[in-house]
Design a binder for this molecule. Structure first.
Ligand code: TRP
Ligand code: ZN
Length: 491
């Protein structure tokens, strides 16, 4: 499901948005576009000593990053990961993770070597490509693989990485904890934007979606919860292996393998399989959680189109120090029992963020602005807060408030990824659009957005183009005022 970032850059030039891929300080041109050997060579991932045989004229390494201006090293070029089979064994007592990742991929260029994203603190025992042992080196958070023979362009190939270690979380530029966040009974595992590399190797930019199978072995008394459907649970010698499959394409920041002394329920709500894992400390509070999914999903399906996945649910952990929830695909993870607004927010992300995923991190308002607007819609529907009041409350910030200095379409870097403006001004943008084009056109735009890009990626420029197409109106000035200018838009 990979779409080259090059498409975004081209589209951006035709619209009033800054061509951010080219302009961003430290940004790179789309690194995995074929024919960018100079850039790929600059990875410095290999010393001459490592693979002298590969330093020929035919050297054709995959780029070390997908070229995202906010996280340049994230993701990799030269191939498209299609399926991950993650066989993991974790003991919360020793904190040791033993993993075997089997990655099925397609090459998009000749590959004499390629990279996977994986933190250096995990030890790699072996790498095989199509059953043959491959050489590998480590460079920062990159695992650099040199297969015994070059992989031709357009070929399916399979990589098996055996690794182990004691995973730890990382701290993002905005100060939040993510990745493998340990809890007293296991792990709270949330991976937006870059936590996936703390626990498995992969192509971790969101433009490379894939399907997944997780087989996770934990000691008795612990439960391992992942995305998708629970397909089996087998206990031998005091340990249980939980197998989960995620059938629909997923960006790796939306994966989760969370572990705890969870109570699992597996029921149907409105015909949809609903699997919920609850930490015992949250059990009383979360009692009604399963049933609260039905009305929210029914309402959103009516507005946005059918729920895009085959299963739903929640992971309700007891991890107050984390301080945020995440819309992990099919099964959002919460640090405690969610209130109605948060439940609606994370479920709305299943359409906006998960089914349709941004092409680069600066487009994050396409996730957060939409989920916040959906939160407002649900609060209005259930009679808690009128939509007009939610908008007025957000818009009421005085014009000289620093809030208005952050433009949602480019909040200014990794540090400001989850800035207030991304959420609140993003949601206001949608409400203002609705006022401008009318309810019928507005919801047609939202439904078409999901159906056009389901399981893929799209950028702000695509949303502007779609809005203009469906409404028949010229909306450049409107979107520039709401998304690009660092000043409060007039109504
Ligand atoms: N995507 C989360 C949401 O549903 C927010 C999120 C992820 C976040 N990581 C974060 C917010 C770190 C603050 C800090 O809104
Ligand atoms: Zn969100």
């Amino acid at each position: 499901m990979k779409r080259l970032l090059a498409l975004t850059a081209v589209a951006a030039l035709t619209l009033p948005f800054p061509p951010a891929v080219a302009d961003a300080p430290g940004g790179q041109s789309p690194a995995d576009a074929p024919g960018a050997p100079g850039l790929a060579d600059s990875s410095g991932a290999q010393s001459g000593a490592d693979a002298p045989g590969a330093q020929s004229a035919a050297d054709s390494p995959g780029a070390q990053g997908a070229g995202d201006p906010y996280f340049p090293a994230q993701g990799n070029g030269g191939y498209d990961a299609r399926h991950y089979d993650l066989a993991l064994d974790y003991d919360p007592g020793t904190r040791v993770l033993k993993g075997t990742a089997t990655i099925s991929a397609h090459s998009t260029q000749t590959l004499t070597r390629f990279n996977l994203d994986l933190v250096r603190s995990l030890t790699v025992a072996s790498v095989a490509v199509d059953g043959t042992k491959a050489r590998f080196t480590r460079q920062a958070d990159e695992l650099v693989v040199t297969p015994a023979a070059a992989i031709a362009k357009g070929k399916a190939f399979r990589v098996v990485v055996a690794y182990r270690g004691k995973p730890t979380h990382l701290v993002d530029p905005d100060g939040s904890k993510e990745g493998w966040v340990r809890t007293p009974d296991g792990v709270f595992n949330a991976n937006e934007p870059q936590g996936a590399k703390t626990w498995y190797p992969g192509n971790h930019h969101m433009t490379d979606k894939a399907r997944y199978r997780f087989a996770v072995t934990v000691p008795n008394g612990r439960v391992a919860v992942a995305n998708g459907e629970l397909v089996s649970r087998n206990t031998t010698m005091g340990r249980t292996t939980y197998v989960w499959t995620a059938k629909e394409p997923m960006a790796s920041y939306l994966t989760t393998v969370s572990i705890g002394a969870f109570k699992l329920t597996d029921t149907k709500v409105g015909g949809l399989r609903t699997i919920v894992a609850v930490d015992p400390a949250q059990a009383a509070a979360a009692k009604r959680l399963v049933r609260r999914h039905g009305p929210v999903l029914a309402y959103f399906s009516g507005l946005f189109g059918p729920y895009p996945f085959s299963v739903t649910g929640a992971i309700v952990d007891n991890a107050p120090e984390v301080g945020y929830a995440l819309e992990t695909q099919t099964r959002p993870i919460y640090p405690n029992n969610p209130d109605d607004a948060l439940l609606a927010h994370e479920l709305a992300h299943q359409w906006f963020g998960n089914a349709v995923t941004p092409e680069r991190w600066q487009d994050i308002w396409l996730n957060e602005g939409f989920a916040t607007y959906a939160e407002w819609l649900w609060a209005d529907k259930r009679g808690a807060t009128r939509l007009s009041a939610a908008f007025a409350n957000a818009y009421g910030r005085p014009a000289d408030d620093a809030f208005w200095k952050t433009p949602p379409a480019d909040p200014g870097g990794a540090k400001k990824l989850f800035d207030d403006a991304v959420y609140s001004r993003g949601a206001m943008t949608l409400h203002a659009l609705r006022k401008k084009v009318g309810d019928k056109v507005f919801f047609t735009i939202l439904r078409t957005w999901v159906s056009d890009h389901k399981y893929g990626n799209a950028a702000t420029a695509d949303f502007v183009a779609l809005s203009e197409k469906v409404s028949g109106e010229q909306l450049d000035a409107f979107f520039t005022a709401w998304l690009v200018k660092p000043v409060k838009p007039a109504l």
